[in-house]
Design a protein around this ligand. Structure first.
Ligand code: FE2
Length: 368
């Protein structure tokens, strides 16, 4: 596969926001405030003139989450929730030119979901456009260089009294997509050809398999590396993989997890646990040989083991990571907390231990 070195036809400044379609945006917003430390930012709903939906916008560091629910039966938002449960609908990308982003990607084969349009209020104007990606997920391009408001035109500042403190989450490190059997190459090609991304790393079922389950994964990244999208597909194992479980309960392809970076994973995870976030726990034996596998690290082993944090090393350094349990009733979307100390990879050395702990959970759900 040729790289897209010289031709950055889609320069992206970062993740603009991630919009979740949920059954009850008001309660979801409260959960992300209370459990994850997101700060209230903006609101749109009946009081701002909308008739069909409510959205709450929260922010922590550079991470912006939007929770949207339908006020009406049968609307596209309601239908999305009915089919998929709570899930990620929009992965919005911050660009300097939303018209050009649309034109360049559609020219290369993207299917448009939103023609470029300008919205304005007293704080300026925002140009946005959008294209389809895997499943029913969308990429919206947001051009906000001429806008000074809290979020987007149509939203008002949301300033409640209830404001639990931040948990130290800084930015979106990567967002993983799960696609169906045999579809990984299709979406790898989409991100390469249509969006100009390059492939960083691939794993096959020999890297990522346990006694029971397997998956294949390739990581696609924008040329400035600000956006990293690993794409997973299931691989044949003796039993049902976590990717198959996701696709069954999500009723198709979708975003599986958002990895959020912190500068101090011990403090962040301790805080999140105190607030009720549940994490996967690898078997204790993982820690017996950890230091032999990863060598010297700055952190002491005791708190790493206590919190169940995983460590992996690559040629550039090491990383610390931990994965939450699913955050809604269906075993679909979850979060990763990651702290990078030089490492640019995604924790390949942890996959086996991690999958064994996921299988323990799948066993409890009767979905293995
Ligand atoms: Fe990840």
């Amino acid at each position: 596969m040729a790289t897209n070195n010289n031709t950055d036809f889609l320069p992206i400044n970062g993740t603009d926001y991630i919009e979740f379609y949920v059954g009850n945006a008001k309660q979801a917003a409260h959960y992300y405030q209370a459990a994850f430390g997101f700060q209230p930012l903006a609101y749109a709903g009946l009081e701002t003139g909308l008739k069909d939906r409510t959205s709450y916008v929260l922010r922590q560091g550079k991470i912006t989450f939007v929770f949207t629910s339908s006020l009406l039966p049968g609307s596209p938002i309601a239908e999305h929730c009915k089919l998929h449960g709570d899930g990620i609908k929009v992965i919005a990308l911050w660009v300097d030119d939303a018209r050009m982003s649309h034109e360049e990607t559609v020219k290369r084969g993207a299917i448009s979901c939103q023609e470029p349009s300008t919205s304005c209020d007293g704080n300026g104007k925002v140009v946005s456009s959008g294209i389809h990606t895997y499943g029913e997920t969308l990429h919206v391009f947001v051009e906000r260089k001429n806008y000074k408001g809290v979020f987007l035109p149509g939203f008002v500042k949301w300033d409640p009294v209830y404001r639990p403190p931040s948990a130290g989450l800084k930015y979106v490190d990567h967002i993983v997509g799960n696609v169906g059997w045999g579809e990984m190459e299709t979406w790898v090609k989409f991100y390469h050809d249509v969006m100009g991304f390059n492939q960083l790393i691939s794993f096959d079922d020999k890297d990522i398999s346990t006694e029971y389950t397997a998956l294949m994964s390739k990581v696609m990244a924008s040329s400035n590396m600000y956006i990293k999208f690993p794409i997973n597909e299931p691989a044949k194992g003796k039993k049902k993989s976590q990717i198959e479980e996701y696709i069954e309960f999500y009723q198709g392809a979708g975003a599986q997890h958002v990895a959020m970076a912190t500068d101090n994973i011990l403090e962040t995870v301790s805080e999140l646990k105190n607030r009720g976030v549940e994490f996967l726990r690898v078997p204790d034996s993982y820690y017996d040989t950890l230091m032999e596998r990863v060598g010297k690290i700055d952190e002491s082993l005791a708190p790493i083991r206590e919190h169940g944090i995983l460590v992996d090393r690559d040629e550039d350094g090491y990383l610390l990571q931990i994965f939450s349990k699913p955050v809604q009733d269906r075993p679909t979307v979850f979060f990763e907390i990651i702290q990078r100390k030089g490492a640019k990879s995604f924790g390949k050395g942890n996959f086996k231990a991690l999958f064994e702990s996921i299988e323990l959970e799948q066993g409890k759900r009767g979905t293995l």
